[in-house]
Design a protein around this ligand. Structure first.
Ligand code: ADP
Ligand code: ZN
Ligand code: ZN
Length: 803
């Protein structure tokens, strides 16, 4: 077949389809669906994905593929199909969907070079070997110039040739400098004999290579022979040595040894939950299980044993966990059980590291991937199970195009592979639990904690009463007493500051002015460490005004409670306590998240103070107290899920206490103790919460009873934004059935970001088969204006964040 269908990297409505290109004769059988290519498009060259091959086209004149970027397809057939599905489901461009499935490194510019794999020279095809006669490396570009590219490709597949990637893109520079001799040991010795006596260092370097042939990291070499960079440069200039930056095969967990663990003997409850999963794995049946188990009930052990069954069957597993709980602790449990067969993908890895992990999957060197959201696109070809832990987490939804939810993708992929999906949580999303109750998902329940340890005792403290009793501190009497008690006993405490929703802002006490960002309608956040005000949306930063810009008063004060402020308060009231603070500021550096947790685990601190990021995944035996400083900050967000999110967070964080031998206690401080989500999280009663919340959702016509879709419109001009949203709302209403509701236009909760005004309308509906088509027409209608970026319209068919 000599014609390729290509999706080009020009994300626009008119180009959102396949274009045909002819394949030059020398590349017939080389070009395959799922490969990236460079093709002429109009006057320029663009990247594209080959989506199919064919012999015929309606077009008279075809242009030729210019370059092939991959040696093997980077997307397999199933993922190409998944791309179409994503396009349709999330209303994105096909190119956007295809790119979303690849690691970032494949979007950067790499130069590929080939070389003969060490020790395999004899196995290499003669013609290919001939090409290497006078050189060590051949760039892939050069290979493409030759007529026998397919030959090289075969050798790569057989493992006789290896592919090395040079990063062209400076941004992704994650390389190490290597030095290697260009001569054989004998030649080196010969050459050393000719050196002048003064070139002592050069001589030593040569001796080193005679004794240790092969390439070595420059730094190691310099240390070993105590030579300077200049010495190496001199030898390189004479073509004795070659220097080169190489992408090394990085293993982020390289230096750690994992002791192999064996499966636990399951409890009766666990066995009962695992049995139907195993049956489904054995019978290749596409079932969706909801594993509903309280914190510490042994869900992870069930995941591990399910994956084990899958590996024994010769198949592969995807294990998703929320980004935030991809802690070394979690990863360790999988590495300990499955060792080298595990790849790990999370945002803490560099682009290159992520790419390496992806490559392990692509080359079938691993059987399991443990990763955050995007790991759902792992290029496995024999999936046996997909597991999503903490399935209620909103981070499984991507908040930029393609706006997919990993849960939906999981179910779609598992359907293609005829394998089960396991969704696990102590606080399932309402939508999921409702589906389980309707038997769309199979409900599996773990009601008991391991070792029969009790769920912690939870106490809810009314902060209004504390204030009435004269306590103006951010710690209630009770929490303070318990903190002191743990300090004396040498036990550990986790303190959660629920920051989402508000943070420390600056206000004038005389006139009430809050200092806002000049570009966004949102208050600036105070950062103590450099004493400045910062906007979390656009990055704007300014100094704190000495006097109020409105009334001139100098009574400028900080409100709200940041983690820094809590830390300072702790130092004051409990000077002997050792505190570790975890928030965006202290964890922005790579690896710092892990370092802080390790220090806490090793007992170098008494109190772990942090934001949401400490609520999950911690499983430390010495934590016996959890304090929540402000339970209700999230409750008042303009979001129909705010109660659900509050309940989930409080339950999660409470679950950190007393997971092992020592019993745990939880203190929740709140200004609205009567709110059901706080009250019921205190009782850890998900079932009651579910009933209560479902009732409210039914009354207010929200999911799971109704679907919602959110249209967001933004423009620099306020009138234009409002008017366009008005038009859109009318258009949508007219196109839908009378059952559907269109709310808006209204200003978005954050009504301006980066100087663009934001309006929205919300669609609530039960069944509107024509909705997507309607929205597509809408996007087409505004195509011109959105292409020029004057107007932005984003459509979210399953919004998780309503801001
Ligand atoms: P969850 O994932 O539900 O929060 P975990 O899987 O972390 O719970 O289990 C809690 C603790 O119990 C862990 O330390 C785990 O190693 C242990 N555990 C799990 N299953 C068993 C079992 N069958 N026998 C003994 N210990 C177990
Ligand atoms: Zn003022
Ligand atoms: Zn801003």
């Amino acid at each position: 077949m000599n014609i390729a269908s290509v999706i080009v990297d020009v994300p626009a409505k008119q180009t959102d389809r396949e274009f045909d290109y002819s394949i030059p004769d020398k590349w017939i059988n080389v070009v395959k669906p799922g490969m990236r290519v460079i093709v002429p498009f109009g006057p320029r060259m663009v990247q594209g994905f080959v989506t199919g091959l064919k012999n015929e086209t309606e077009l008279k004149k075809l242009r030729e593929i210019k370059e092939i970027l991959d040696l093997e397809p980077v997307l397999n057939e199933e993922l190409l199909r998944l791309g179409n599905w994503l396009t349709d489901e999330t209303m994105c461009f096909r190119i956007t969907a295809l790119q979303a499935m690849l690691p970032a490194a494949l979007k950067a510019k790499y130069e590929k070079v080939l070389r003969i794999h060490e020790g395999r020279k004899e196995l290499v095809d003669e013609r290919v070997r001939a090409a290497f006669r006078d050189r060590k490396f051949i760039s892939w570009k050069d290979v493409l110039q030759e007529d026998n590219a397919a030959l090289f490709q075969k050798q790569v597949q057989k493992g006789n040739l290896e592919v090395i990637y040079y990063v062209k893109d400076k941004l992704n520079k994650k390389t190490v400098r290597f030095v290697e001799p260009l001569l054989t040991s004998e030649e080196l010795a010969q050459y050393a004999g000719t050196l002048a006596a003064s070139a002592k260092k050069q001589y030593e370097v040569l001796q080193f290579f005679i004794e240790n042939p092969g390439k070595i990291q420059l730094r190691t070499l310099l240390e070993a022979v105590k030579a300077s960079n200049g010495t190496i440069k001199a030898l390189a200039k004479k073509n004795i040595l070659a220097e080169r930056d190489e992408e090394i095969y990085r293993d982020p967990y390289e230096n750690r040894v994992f002791d192999k663990t064996s499966p636990f003997k399951l409890t009766e409850e666990q066995s009962a939950a695992l049995r139907p999963i195993q049956k489904s794995i054995k019978e290749n049946s596409h079932d969706v299980f909801l594993l509903y188990g309280v914190t510490g009930s042994g869900k992870t052990e069930i995941y591990l044993q399910a994956i084990d069954a899958v590996i024994k069957k010769g198949e592969e597993a995807i294990m998703l966990v929320p980004e935030i709980s991809l802690t070394p602790q979690t990863v360790k449990r999988f590495k300990e059980r499955f060792g080298e067969q595990v790849a790990v993908m999370h945002s803490g890895l560099s682009i290159g590291e992520k790419y390496d992990e992806w490559r392990k999957i692509h080359r079938k060197e691993v059987k399991v991937v443990v990763g955050a959201r995007s790991a759902i696109f792992a290029p496995f070809e024999n999936l046996g199970v997909i597991i999503i832990d903490e399935e209620h987490e909103s981070s499984y939804k991507q908040e930029e195009t393609p706006r997919y939810h990993a849960r939906d993708v999981a179910i779609q992929r598992a359907n293609q592979h005829n394998c089960p999906v396991i969704l696990g949580s102590a606080t399932p999303a309402l939508e999921s639990f409702a589906r389980a109750k309707k038997e769309i998902y199979q409900l599996l329940t773990l009601s008991k904690r391991m070792n029969n340890s009790q769920l912690p005792q939870v106490e809810i403290v009314d902060m209004r009463e504390e204030l009435r009793a004269g306590n103006r501190s951010m710690f209630s009497e009770n929490l303070f007493a318990k903190l002191k008690d743990r300090l004396q006993k040498g036990e550990q405490t986790v303190l959660l500051l629920n920051k989402r929703g508000h943070s420390s802002f600056v206000m004038c006490r005389s006139c009430g002015l809050v200092i806002n960002c000049p570009n966004c309608d949102i208050s600036l956040t105070y950062h103590r460490f450099n004493d400045s005000l910062k906007c979390h949306y656009c990055g704007h930063e300014e100094d704190i005004p000495k006097t109020c810009p409105e009334c001139g008063s100098d009574h400028i004060r900080f409100f709200g409670t940041g983690t820094q402020k809590v830390e300072e308060e702790l130092v004051k009231i409990l000077p002997e306590a050792r505190v570790i603070r975890m928030d965006v500021d202290t964890t922005s550096r790579k690896g710092s998240h892990e370092r802080l947790l390790n220090r806490f685990q090793e007992g170098h601190a008494d109190i772990l103070l942090g934001t949401q990021m400490i609520a999950k995944g911690l499983d430390f035996p010495n934590i016996t107290l959890v304090g929540v400083l402000s339970a209700d900050t999230m409750l008042h967000l303009p979001d129909f899920r705010s109660s659900e999110k509050t309940f989930q967070l409080l339950t999660q964080v409470s679950g950190r206490a007393g997971r092992h031998k020592l019993a745990g206690e939880v203190v929740i401080q709140t200004y609205t103790p009567e709110h059901y989500s706080i009250e019921l999280s205190g009782m850890q009663d998900f079932d009651a919460f579910y009933e209560r919340e479902m009732h409210i959702r039914r009354q207010s016509l929200y999911p799971p009873y109704y679907y919602v879709a959110l249209i967001n419109i933004s423009h620099e001009d306020l009138m234009k934004t409002a008017a366009t949203t008005e038009k859109i709302a009318k258009y949508v209403s007219a196109g839908l059935s009378p059952e559907a509701m269109v709310l808006g236009p209204v200003a978005s909760p954050i009504s301006r970001i980066k100087n663009r005004y934001r309006y929205q309308c919300l669609i609530k509906y039960k069944r509107e088969p024509q909705l997507k088509q309607l929205l597509r027409t809408l996007l087409e209608h505004y195509q011109q204006e959105t292409a020029q970026n004057h107007l932005q319209i984003s459509i979210d068919l399953n919004p998780q964040i309503m801001m």
